[in-house]
Write a protein that binds this ligand. Structure first.
Ligand code: ZN
Length: 69
């Protein structure tokens, strides 16, 4: 996942947008005015790890196990 900042190539429009998603798809995006968008910046976005309550309990149990001697 990428956070991409794009600006419209048309100087009269100069619309800028921020989008999150797949880089290849974002590169194919067009401005509402029909011009191609140019990338200003790209940053990778970490997808937060979502743990279910069961996974949290497992992780807690694992970390509280005494170390084998
Ligand atoms: Zn535009």
């Amino acid at each position: 996942m990428y956070l991409v900042e794009l600006v419209c190539g048309d100087v009269d429009c100069a619309e800028s947008v921020e989008q999150v998603g797949d880089l290849a798809r974002l590169l194919a995006e067009l401005c509402d005015c029909g011009c191609t968008l140019q990338i200003i910046s790209v940053s990778a976005v970490e997808v937060c790890e979502i743990r279910t309550p069961l996974e949290r309990a497992r992780a807690r149990r694992a970390s509280s196990l005494p170390l084998a001697a």
